[in-house]
Design a protein around this ligand. Structure first.
Ligand code: C6P
Length: 416
């Protein structure tokens, strides 16, 4: 088992040593990875936990009565317990493994939504949602004849909370919003918004794809009804995500998908369902990925989520200060204190895709360019696309400096 050094003593410089990919070259230059919001890189501890599982333990889970199947089952269920503790869930059965945030949201929209949302019901969303927290509700609303309303976004990239309060007076059944915007970096005041929604009689689904990887998230303190996130954005593998739900809600919800593992008894014409969490986990699960997620949680715990948040705030403040000095550069969203480690920007009239290509080829910097799966938000700011740099526990100021160097290079190339 790989052990992880204790947190406070570990600098980002030191942490980088655990990420093999960060020592590779791109176009003959050291890789500078500034796209962790899209997907984070993986430490050796996660890679080894998964390969060790395949080398020594792989078998299907919840079925075999032989040793390695029992070991595989125990490892996977241990990972579930780790995830539950990480978000402070009361019980591990409240942690359902899905494929990703997108599937977690769809699970709630189909299972809870189709059972509970009726014609004329209101669902409140915001103008800064990722398509994953928008399209499933559009599909539900169209089918059920329900209404969607949106909390607008201010010019500073914050939610217009006075409008939120007005919308709550219309007694929505559900409020679904992002904890942290993947475009603007805005960290929304989730605890207050959830309390207000509950007071108005609504349930709340929190899209935590960008918060769980980057800050302490406590589902009991938040009192949130449903919480969704993806392993691949928090140092874990692709192919596994999490839906947390309050137990009474999950117990009352019908299954999302039918098949093996999610049943208790099956007859030719009807079946009965397994207990939580397996009622929602039809078919062979992503076993190695669950174990990898467990290792990622161990790794993040060793760093400490408060430390991770602090480091990202420091790097973001530094980056905002530095990139702002590049002539013609516009940053979208709030100041460093109200955001996570994400900076979306434009540079003069250089197309963000051109900018991303130049950064890649000239200085080895990987950033994302495009609409970031948030087209309505782009429209709100009158943009087709932005360039976006994002940070994590392994980001250092040298990375930011290389970004700034690349931005100057782009100005040179475009003669701006
Ligand atoms: N955002 C980005 O580059 P999945 O793809 O299911 O793991 O995560 C979807 C998702 C949901 N909500 C938010 C706030 C997100 O940021 C994402 C993923 C990536 O911004 C990929 S589009």
């Amino acid at each position: 088992m790989t052990t992880v050094q204790q947190p406070a003593t570990r600098s980002a410089d030191d942490i980088r040593g655990d990420f093999p990919i960060l020592s590779r070259l791109v176009h003959g230059k050291p890789l500078v990875y500034l796209d962790s919001t899209a997907s984070s890189q993986k430490p050796v501890a996660v890679i080894e936990a998964m390969s060790q599982y395949y080398e020594t333990t792989h078998a299907n889970v919840h079925r075999g009565v032989y040793e390695i199947s029992e070991e595989a089952t125990a490892k996977m269920e241990r990972a579930r317990v780790k995830v539950a503790r990480f978000i402070n869930a009361r019980q591990s059965k409240q942690v359902i493994f899905t494929r990703n945030t997108t599937e977690s949201i769809n699970l709630v929209a189909y299972s809870w939504g189709y059972a509970n949302i009726k014609a004329g019901d209101l669902i409140v969303l915001t103008g800064m949602e990722h398509h994953s927290n928008l399209v499933p509700w559009q599909m539900l609303a169209q089918r059920a004849g329900a209404r969607l309303e949106f909390v607008p976004v201010t010019d500073d990239g914050l939610l217009q909370l006075d409008v939120y309060e007005q919308l709550l007076q219309q007694q929505p059944r559900l409020v679904a919003f992002t904890h942290m915007s993947n475009v603007l970096g805005t960290v929304n005041p989730a605890q207050e918004m959830i309390a207000q929604a509950h007071a108005a009689g609504a349930l709340v689904l929190l899209d935590a794809a960008q918060s769980v990887p980057h800050m302490p998230v406590d589902v009991q303190a938040l009192d949130v009804d449903f919480l969704c996130f993806s392993a691949h954005k928090m140092l874990g593998p692709t192919g596994i995500g999490v839906l947390y739900g309050k137990r009474d809600l999950l117990e009352a919800m019908p299954p999302f998908m039918g098949g093996g593992d999610m049943i208790r008894t099956v007859g030719l014409r009807e079946s009965t369902w397994n207990d939580l969490p397996w009622k929602f986990e039809a078919g062979t699960p992503a076993i190695a990925e669950a174990i990898g997620l467990g290792a990622a949680v161990d790794y993040l715990n060793a760093i400490g989520m408060e430390n991770a948040r602090q480091h990202e705030q420091n790097i973001t403040a530094y980056a905002m200060e530095q990139v702002q000095q590049v002539p013609g550069l516009i940053i979208y969203g709030p100041g460093a204190a109200r955001r996570g480690g994400v900076i979306s920007f434009t540079l003069g009239d250089i197309h963000p895709h051109d900018l991303a290509s130049i950064l890649d080829q000239e200085v080895g910097v990987a950033i994302r360019a495009g609409h970031h799966c948030a087209q309505p938000l782009m429209e709100r700011f009158g943009l087709a696309a932005t360039a976006r740099a994002s940070f994590y526990v392994y980001t250092i100021t040298d990375d930011v400096d290389m970004l700034v160097k690349g931005l100057h290079k782009a100005l040179e190339i475009f003669k701006l």
